[in-house]
Design a protein around this ligand. Structure first.
Ligand code: VG1
Ligand code: CO
Length: 543
């Protein structure tokens, strides 16, 4: 018997944030650290005995080593089976799909998503429930409690298991099935979208550049866009996943995907540009000379959903995270279905999707998805756009112009202040909090505060309540500022300021959202004293 029970001491237990536990890679590589977290997952979910799990990750540095540890621990904890992507690779939406179609007891995903990877960068582990979605707060709380009290974990002795070869093997009686990471996902996409229409689009000479950012979507995008749909070879760039994402920051936004943005605003721009993040759940959409904000993209997909075979019967409802712009609300209102407002993080959509109350959902941070899985899905969003463009026979810019003239335009931007001193960031939030009751009626930069509160969410399905989900200040006429601290940063605190204003007069639409938002931006600084409290003159990232 090669099973060992190793005595251990609790890890420095950071409360898992919106997407599991994220830490600097060297922290995860400390003796017992990863092991303690994995054992905490098993203990908090009723043990691994007799269970089946999906395991995979985004291929970042330490992904392969961590996978071997998880396999040896699952076996030592009595798991029946692990389904693992070849070379421990699975995009987050592909993992969610596998958990669902194989009806497993959940999955362990290794990723720090859009955070950089490498020996000095970030690593992460998260547990997904049997519905395929990120563990809800009740479960992450239990895991957190385990990390503080754990005294031992179980692991098998074993040389490395061959996870490069497809097929089934065993470890201490546990079955390990190594699967092609792309196949099931590609099949699901073919069942959702009008692949014939998209093939015809490419056959007509339509051009695309998909930037996989050296991250996990490379193989998926190559197989589906170039292989199945006939996009010219070379349409998918940076397609080979690398442990440090080519030294880049795999976050699909205009800052980190600047090369793609430059291409799309140049004379040689293809018809369509897109990018995805480290683990393949985020997306960026950009047309020729036309960047589409994630909030707008969500609204456009909802408005055009009936062009997609899987959604042609109409949407049951939609959902967006609170800081996401209210462009979606206008589409829902016009169509006559519900639009739910949830806290930041995909886990809050799970109940609405499971209960059949929402079909599409999304976040301002470049996450869009539907009830096909229980995660956001980058490539799905790209295929959705291609399906819409193929059906409407219009460019991205034309689709956007039509949308805004019909529904009005929500100008939107997010300003991030990264690695801010934690005390300063908490102080800023606390000061705002105490001033909330006195803000109503106050005039800031010519705008009157209509309401101000700290967002709390009562889940309409299970009745659970989540408090402290961001401070929001609403102005008469539809402007809004939201302040919140990131739950996924790994250094100091990240202050996110979400800025929005609305224009419903088609004749008054402007091109530059930052101009349209200038009053809202200065109001944010006045209300929260951002500069003086953080010592920063400008945000680190504007999206
Ligand atoms: C960020 C985003 C949030 C997203 C989360 C996980 O969280 O703002 O919308 O759900 O990342 O995305 P925060 O707490 O840092 O603002 V991913 O692509 O890491 O799974
Ligand atoms: Co991600």
């Amino acid at each position: 018997m090669t099973r060992h029970v190793v005595a251990t001491t609790p890890i420095e237990g950071q409360k898992p944030g919106t997407s599991g536990l994220r830490k600097k890679t060297p922290v995860f590589m400390q003796p017992h650290y990863l092991e303690n977290f994995v054992q905490s997952i098993f203990n908090a979910t009723g043990g691994a005995e007799g269970k089946t799990y999906v395991v995979g990750g985004d291929g970042r540095y330490f992904n392969d080593r961590a996978a071997q540890v998880i396999l040896r621990m699952a076996a030592a904890n009595g798991a029946k089976k692990v389904i693992i992507g070849q070379n421990a690779i699975l995009s987050t939406p592909a993992a969610s799909n596998l958990i669902r179609i194989r009806e497993t007891d959940g999955g362990i995903i290794m990723s720090a998503s859009h955070n950089p990877g490498g020996p000095k960068e970030d690593f992460g582990v998260k547990f997904n429930n049997p519905n395929g979605g990120p563990a809800p707060e009740g479960v992450t709380e239990k895991i957190f409690e385990q990390t503080k009290t754990l005294t031992e974990y179980a692991i098998c002795d074993s040389t490395d298991i061959d996870i490069a070869t497809l097929g089934t093997k065993t470890l201490e009686g546990m079955e390990i099935e190594v699967v092609d990471p792309v196949a099931d996902y590609a099949e699901m996409m073919a069942g959702i979208f009008d692949f014939d229409a998209i093939k015809a689009l490419f056959a007509s000479g339509f051009t695309l550049c998909f930037d996989a950012m050296h991250a996990v979507t490379g193989p998926y995008a190559k197989a589906i866009l170039e292989g199945t749909l006939g996009a010219p070879e070379g349409s998918v760039v940076n397609a080979v996943p690398s442990p440090d994402f080519g030294g880049g920051h795999p976050d699909p936004n205009p800052i980190w995907a600047k090369t793609l943005m430059d291409l799309m605003f140049s004379s040689g721009a293809p018809d369509f540009g897109a990018a995805s993040d480290g683990d393949g759940d985020r997306n960026m959409i950009v047309g020729r000379n036309a960047y589409v904000t994630p909030s707008d993209s969500l609204a456009v997909l909802a408005a055009n959903a009936e062009l997609v075979p899987a959604y042609k019967g109409g949407l049951k409802g939609v959902a967006r995270s609170m800081p996401t712009s209210r462009a979606l609300d206008r589409v829902a209102e016009a169509a006559g279905y519900a639009c739910y407002e949830t806290p930041t993080g995909w886990k809050f959509f799970g109940n609405l999707l499971d209960a059949g109350r929402a079909t599409l959902c999304g976040e301002e941070s470049a996450g869009t998805g539907s009830d096909h899985v229980r995660e956001k899905d980058g490539l799905w969003a790209v295929l959705f756009w291609l399906n819409v463009l193929a059906a409407r026979k219009q460019s991205v810019a034309e689709v956007m112009a039509d949308h805004w003239s019909k529904y009005g335009r929500n100008y939107y931007s997010r300003h991030d202040y990264e690695a801010v001193d934690s005390d300063a960031a908490n102080g800023l939030m606390q000061a705002l909090r105490t001033r909330l009751p006195n803000l109503k009626g106050r005039v800031v930069e010519g705008m009157t505060v209509e309401a101000a509160d700290e967002f709390a969410y009562d889940d309409p399905v299970d009745g659970s309540r989540s408090e402290g989900q961001g401070i929001r200040i609403m102005f008469k006429g539809g402007g809004r500022i939201v302040f919140r601290l990131s739950g996924t940063g790994t250094e100091g605190a990240t202050l996110r300021v979400y800025l929005e204003t609305v224009e419903t007069n088609p004749a008054a639409l402007q091109d530059n959202p930052q101009n349209a938002l200038s009053d809202v931006v200065s109001a944010a600084d006045k209300l929260a004293e951002i500069r003086t409290r953080t010592g920063r003159n400008a945000p680190d990232v504007i999206t």
